[in-house]
Design a protein around this ligand. Structure first.
Ligand SMILES: [Zn+2]
Length: 672
């Protein structure tokens, strides 16, 4: 028997032959793919011919074709349809893939060729895209230490491996604290809690082996508890435990770990010749440097804090009206804010839900893409990896563009959350390859399947990522689709959410599941008006965390991170009734790994851009303006990482983004 993963796929659109692939095929296919990659890399490194773009950089781009194919199928399945065999394979593959990646960056002969081309780059007569790929390839070698020698190289290796150990320990400590704490509730303590919170508390009690309901530190339980429990004493106990995660002393205390992590990161950056870890980290981002991040965060901070102060006064008055003559505390905010929300924006989920049918919302996403970019969607009758997954062929003017797969329903074999991945990415090198793009969500199945408004936004969000993949039009796979800076990659997805909020789109597609009537205008307007509620609080808790993250990495590492955190909060005037969204001992984004270190700002950076980008349509008075849509496709959706993100954005918008549209979108432009 041959291994179907290693054959040529004679299937419609070259879709993987899922029905013929057995889990036992993955390990041998992965081994064969890594062998093939190693052989290709060795042939490039040892090539007796002098280095050229074609025999080195382009050849490297093609070295992993089999690996890309095997990994494309495997990681889609392990995320969307896992089983114990696939979980075990995933654990086996992780160290194999990271060893393979280090072999490439540590290959001195290979780096010598890349570096030689880089030194001679201006004499090579390269096109823009080729120059970009050479630049990125060289930069990634240098950033991983390929240019270091001797003791510095050894030290960098030691620092990296210690950081990996510390990141894992940080996560495990946090999980231990979250797992161990719970607060038992009596039947009387449940008063005032909505049914779904009571049910979740009972379920949590059963999980903890308790006779009655409990509150745990899981966000999905403690946040609604803080929102709804009228018992101030219980809210205070729960909140204090939640805020103390990772800082409970003993074996699982993260405060010491965070100091060591920050010191090692600063050392890593210094070894590589950067002024600070933030300077190292931001070099590859659209923001580019720490000062640009600071400017953005402070521009948002001042109006957010002002709005939060105004809101705090309102909530304090409500606290006093309850006969509690005390200052508003962090365990009060969500409770009084929820009461105020009900009074001011009575939005009933149950009233809204029948208007958001999954199929109608998929159609709304497609229809908007037809009007903006001329894309057409035709259902495909093909075999996929699970009966719930559906496929469409995407065309334009009769020409094939992509295959789009939507896998929308929650099931036990799917990891939580929602995401977009390319089972096959677009590229032209080595043949015109059109993408196969997958959106995976976790909506509750129903007949008809009804979404919450947040679910519908998620659907549009992931479809925005899918458009970035499907409309990609570049030569090299390494810069295709969503292969862009982290603080740029959420632009297409967050931008696409805006089309769900276009009244005309809601009127056309948000129709009652039973009667077919369009959403009543008054309900639609209440829905849209509620979007900016409590944004002062949300913005303050987020920006405070982002500024602490930036301060930690911009300059020498603090010996005492907790003191440094306190100094930052004092400097910016953190409101007393709001806690940071993530305090240092449980700031997993920043300490569990390198993903969002000196990078927590990027969520807001993207939001600044999506608001500013959508304003380009608003300014011409047409959310489907063809000219603006054409520019969006040309400079952003089709361009992948072919230029620096700031150049792409400027080409689209004629200037860099400003914060005005974001402040307006969050309702923060109304306070002085
Ligand atoms: Zn996203």
């Amino acid at each position: 028997m041959t291994n179907p993963l290693l054959e040529t796929w004679d299937t419609p659109f070259g879709l993987p032959p899922f029905a013929r692939i057995a889990d036992g095929d993955f390990a041998p296919a992965m081994a064969a793919a890594l062998d093939e990659g190693r052989a290709a890399v060795a042939a490039i490194a040892e090539n007796p011919a002098p280095p050229s773009f074609a025999n080195t950089i382009a050849a490297l781009e093609l070295a992993d074709q089999l690996l890309d194919r095997v990994a494309g199928v495997f990681y889609n399945l392990s995320g969307a349809d896992a089983n114990p065999a696939r979980d075990a394979l995933q654990r086996d593959f992780a160290p194999m893939l990271s060893a393979y990646a280090s072999e490439i960056t540590n290959n001195a002969a290979l780096f010598a060729r890349v570096d030689d081309l880089w030194q001679r780059r201006d004499e090579l007569g390269l096109g823009d895209e080729e120059m970009r790929v050479l630049t990125l390839t060289h930069r990634s070698f240098v950033r991983s230490g390929a240019a270091l020698e001797g003791a510095a190289r050894d030290r960098l290796t030691a620092v990296k491996s210690r950081l990996a150990v510390l990141g894992t320990q940080f996560t495990q400590n946090l999980l231990a604290d979250e797992r161990d704490w719970f607060m038992a509730l009596s039947e009387a303590d449940l008063a005032g809690l909505p049914e779904f919170v009571v049910a979740a508390a009972r379920e949590a009690g059963r999980e903890k082996g308790q006779a009655g309901p409990v509150v745990t530190l899981s966000r999905s339980l403690i946040v609604p508890f803080l929102q709804f429990s009228p018992r101030r004493d219980l809210r205070e106990r729960a909140y204090r435990a939640w805020a103390a995660r990772g800082a409970n002393g003993g074996e699982s205390d993260n405060r010491v770990l965070s100091a060591e992590i920050l010191a090692l990161r600063a050392e890593r950056a210094a070894l590589l010749g950067y002024e600070s870890f933030a300077a190292y980290k931001l070099e590859t981002e659209m923001a580019g440097n720490p000062a640009a991040v600071r400017d953005l965060l402070m521009a948002v901070w001042a109006p957010a804090r002002a709005q939060a102060e105004v809101d705090a006064e309102r909530l304090t008055a409500m606290l006093h009206a309850d006969g509690i003559n005390d200052a508003l505390a962090p365990w009060d905010w969500r409770y009084y804010s929820e009461k105020r929300r009900l009074a001011e924006h009575d939005l009933n989920e149950a009233e809204l839900k029948p208007y958001f049918q999954l199929d109608a919302m998929i159609e709304a996403g497609f229809d908007s893409a037809t009007r903006l970019f001329g894309l057409e969607f035709r259902p495909l009758d093909v075999d996929l990896y699970h009966p719930d997954a559906r496929a469409w062929e995407v065309t334009r003017g009769g020409r094939h563009v992509a295959v789009f797969v939507g896998d929308y329903f929650a099931r036990g074999s799917k990891r939580s959350g929602a995401w977009c991945s390319a089972m096959r990415s677009q590229k032209k090198l080595g043949g015109d390859v059109r993408p196969i793009v997958v959106n995976v969500c976790n909506f509750a199945k129903g007949d008809p399947c009804l979404l919450s408004y947040d679910d519908a936004r998620t659907l549009f969000h992931e479809f925005g990522h899918a458009l970035h993949q499907m409309l990609s039009d570049v030569t090299y796979g390494s810069i295709s689709g969503t292969s862009v800076a982290r603080d740029f990659v959420e632009l297409p997805s967050q931008l696409y959410e805006h089309w769900l909020e276009v009244p005309e789109v809601l009127d056309r597609h948000a129709r009652h599941a039973v009667t077919g009537a369009p959403i009543p205008v008054a309900l639609r307007d209440r829905l849209l008006a509620a979007r900016t509620y409590d944004m002062g609080f949300q913005t303050v808790e987020y920006v405070a965390s982002a500024l602490v993250d930036l301060d930690f990495h911009d300059g020498p590492a603090p010996a005492d991170p907790m003191a440094a955190e306190a100094a930052t909060l004092a400097r910016i005037g953190m409101p007393a009734a709001i806690g940071m969204r993530h305090a240092t001992p449980h700031f997993a984004h920043v300490f569990s790994g390198d993903g969002y270190s000196a990078g927590y700002y990027s969520y807001m950076w993207s939001e600044v851009m999506d608001a500013d980008a959508f304003a380009a349509f608003e300014e011409v008075g047409d959310p489907f303006d063809p000219e603006t849509a054409a520019r969006l496709e040309r400079f952003i959706l089709s361009a992948g990482g072919s230029q620096e993100a700031d150049q792409l954005y400027t080409a689209f918008r004629g200037r860099m983004p400003g914060v005005e549209a974001l402040l307006k979108g969050r309702g923060l432009d109304r306070v002085a």
